[in-house]
Design a protein around this ligand. Sequence first.
Ligand SMILES: Nc1ncnc2c1ncn2[C@@H]1O[C@H](COP(=O)(O)OP(=O)(O)OP(=O)(O)O)[C@@H](O)[C@H]1O
Ligand SMILES: [Mg+2]
Length: 145
Amino acid sequence: MTHLSRSPAQTQTIAGGLARSLKGGECIALEGDLGAGKTQFVRGLLRGLGGEPRSVSSPTFMLLNVYDTGRLTVYHLDAYRVTGPEDFEAIGFTELLEQGGVVVVEWASRVSELLPADRIDVLIEPVSERERRIEIGARNVERGA
Ligand SMILES: Nc1ncnc2c1ncn2[C@@H]1O[C@H](COP(=O)(O)OP(=O)(O)OP(=O)(O)O)[C@@H](O)[C@H]1O
Ligand SMILES: [Mg+2]
């Protein structure tokens, strides 16, 4: 499903739509260049789950931020600065996937070896200064879908 966002607020609204479908146990893989809007998207997820969007910051230096929402715990990771999958393994990424919360990864392709086959891929591409193309696709790599 492809959306066109014309503002950060609209990106949050689109993410909020995805949030409503989450039941726990999902992994959301965010892709898009620096400043594409990945963190804005996570704010929208938080808002959609009943959490506090202002608490969301880019976990670039922390690797992992954990947010409690009314409904589900969100584990927000950023793979931008990882040197390899071992950095993610060291913080227990595989275990996080089993907590029944929602695991969201910025720069997910940098740890592609660790991503579950069943995941939700979100690609954010700048179209202009304020416009973003947001493609959301649930997919299972093993099925090739
Ligand atoms: N339609 C839009 N959707 C999202 N962000 C937008 C949009 N238009 C402009 N922006 C701006 O783009 C920037 C997106 O920043 P954000 O931190 O979300 O990017 P990011 O993809 O997380 O980058 P990084 O890889 O550095 O973590 C913000 O400054 C935001 O205001
Ligand atoms: Mg970010």
